[in-house]
Design a protein. Structure first.
Length: 133
């Protein structure tokens, strides 16, 4: 706790940017793509890398998919914590399960392509957003 506070106090960790990454993920999963793009531009201005953004979006989309298709006790069946399940459940039904699978696969492929040098990081997130339109 004190180490984290020291990072924040010394501006080594920007809580605002981290929250914006989650807000970006929420906007995508709520189909608010203009808002998502605006948030993404702010993240780019603060040098938040695409891998971090896509990692958060991937986790959020995957968790939403798990909650959406789960029958029974979500936490027991999926292994998600109650907090994560609640958060993911907020986006339930915005995309059908098939589209969520496509989104998760697209994010995974684009992330691999960044790591493999096939896609420049600056184009990765806009590419994802364009493919969601």
């Amino acid at each position: 706790d004190t180490v984290f506070k020291k990072f924040v106090d010394e501006d080594a960790y920007d809580i605002t940017c981290q929250q914006t990454v989650f807000d970006f993920s929420d906007a995508v999963l709520e189909k608010q793509l203009r808002k998502a793009y605006s948030l993404y531009q702010g993240l780019r201005e603060n040098d938040v890398n695409a891998i971090s953004i896509l990692g958060t979006l991937y986790s959020s989309a995957k968790n939403t998919l798990l909650v959406q298709i789960c029958e029974g006790d979500v936490c027991e069946v999926t292994g998600l914590s109650s907090g994560v399940a609640y958060y993911a459940g907020k986006h339930k039904g915005k995309y059908d399960a098939g589209k969520l699978v496509e989104i998760v696969r697209l994010i995974a492929r684009v992330t691999d392509d960044i790591k493999g040098g096939l896609i420049d990081e600056q184009y990765a997130v806009p590419y994802i957003l364009v493919n969601l339109c």
